[in-house]
Each structure stands twice: as C-alpha cells, then as structure tokens.
Write a protein that binds this ligand. Sequence first.
Ligand SMILES: *Cc1c(COP(=O)(O)O)cnc(C)c1O
Length: 239
Amino acid sequence: MTTITVERIRANLAEVRARIAAAAASAGRSTEEVRLVAVTKYVDAATTRLVVEAACADLGESRPQQLWDKAATLADCEIRWHMIGHLQRNKIRRTIPLVHLLHAGDSLRLLEELNGERAATADTAPLSILLEVNVSGDAAKHGFAPQEVPGLLDALSKLPRLEIRGLMAMAGLEDDLATARRRFAEVRELRDSLRTAWVGRFQLDELSMGMSGDYEAAIAEGATLVRIGSALFEGADGA
Ligand SMILES: *Cc1c(COP(=O)(O)O)cnc(C)c1O
C-alpha cells in the first residue's frame, strides 16, 4: 500500500505539466493541444480522489474492473474516464457507458461488438474510440499492424455507432528514446495519410501516445493525449 499526500501529487502534476508545456513549445505547438490523462491504475480510489482534487479530470485505467470500481466510488467527482487497456468482449457492456474515450480499439471483432452494444442501448451518441496500432511489432502487444489500418475503412464504415477519433500507440519495451520517437513519428505519418484518405469520414484529430518515460518525444511528434502514471506518484511511500 502506498501513501502519498495531495501536495505531493500536486507538485508532481505541476512538474509534468511544465514539461508538457516545454515539449509543446519546442515543437512549436500550443500546450492546449496536449491533454494529460492521469493513469491511476497503480493507486486505490482514495489516492485517485486526490488526483482529481489536484485538478486533473482526465483519468485512465487499463483494467475494466478497476475502472468500474473507481467510477462507482468516485461518482461524486467530475471525471472523464479513459479506458486505455485491452477490453475483453465480456466487459464491454459495463464499461462503455462509463467512458469518455476508449483508447484500445485493437481488433475488428472488438469494434464490431462495441458498435453492436452501442446500437442496442438508448445512448444515441456514437462511442469515441481510437484505433490501437502495434507500431513496435511486439508480439505481446495488442493492436493493428500499421500496414493493416488503411484497409479498415470499408469495415469501419459499417459501424455507424463508433466515432474513430484517432490512433493510439506505445513504444516497444526494448526501445530507447530515439527509437520510441521514430515509432511515434511513424504513427503520426500513418494518421496524416489516413486523414487524407478518409477525409469526410473520420476526423482523426487524436494521437494517444507517450507515457512517463517518453511523453516529451511523443509530444514532439504530435501527441494530443499523453497517458502518464508513475511520474505522478513519485515520492509515495512504498512506491
Ligand atoms: C500503465 C500504462 C500507462 C502509464 O504508464 P507510466 O509509464 O506509468 O506512465 C500508459 N498507457 C498504458 C496503456 C498503460 O497500461
């Protein structure tokens, strides 16, 4: 069990935000283009509440069960939940009413089931989702191969209850920072070419890439959503 104070979280958040601003500035981008998603998967609901109190409303979880539990415990907070991990099909129904953005659209089968579930509910808004691209080729990672994505348009056009907002990716486990940055550039280039090819269908404004170890490189390459966990909880006892 880790303990951390709200002051510590606030200081960590301020530091991360300053680094985001600096990375955006050196890329000639505006800070407002980059949204921080605080990944709270390492901490309990009480600590997650401190993150919200420290003025961060975009929270990410990678396991559906944890997201459900925290969404229930923190129902009094204004939170935009981001589901950032693989979503098993039997967890779809309980998860999607809670989420603001689903980052890990990682297979056509999942997308089809999500579309079907959304169509079966009274929720008229399409579900916002990102396509996860396995840009490092790691066998253990989920997601579409980069070369597979352009061919998805026909299949996606049959899923009217999904709004594809962009792409999500992770650097490889073994990547150094220079390699990570090249991966992020590859994802941005893929997004840019899709934006042209899919014009009038999907906006593809979002690029979810960058974690505690590589978010500045991701921002340099166009990230609009950075998913940051461990950097926010530094200085916790037992962390
Ligand atoms: C855990 C996790 C993160 C956050 O990682 P940190 O290195 O702790 O910042 C980001 N994205 C995904 C998909 C994760 O599972």
